[in-house]
Design a protein. Structure first.
Length: 116
């Protein structure tokens, strides 16, 4: 059995989860693990933010372009090799090979919309 940390609703509200559209994808050659560099449009309030994502097992660059994804937007930026990752693109980790299925909305949502 996995032990869970119980958080309050106020803790949940601190996490800024928003939907955005991937507008640019590049192979991240300098990353330790196979990854992409992503540029995600998070709407007029946040603009375009960058993320490094280890999602190469299930997604090609072409499949990612124009796909909406759910992002954590208020983590501190993180330097990964020569790239500054500003947001966390969320997903579900599958099995031992750690393939990631991206989290998204079941229909198109305006970029920057917050998860409530």
């Amino acid at each position: 059995m996995i032990m869970q940390t119980i958080i309050s609703f106020d803790d949940f509200l601190k996490v800024d989860l928003r939907i955005g559209t991937i507008t640019k994808v590049e192979t991240f050659e300098k990353a330790k693990n196979p990854s992409y560099k992503l540029w995600v449009d998070l709407g007029p309030e946040l603009g375009i933010k960058k993320s490094s994502a280890q999602i190469t097992r299930l997604y090609s660059k072409e499949e990612l372009l124009n796909r909406q994804v759910l992002c954590v937007c208020n983590f501190a930026p993180r330097q990964i090799a020569d790239f500054m990752s500003e947001i966390l693109v969320t997903g579900f980790i599958l099995g031992n090979d750690k393939a990631v299925v991206l989290a998204s909305a079941e229909r198109d949502v305006p970029n920057g919309t917050k998860l409530a």
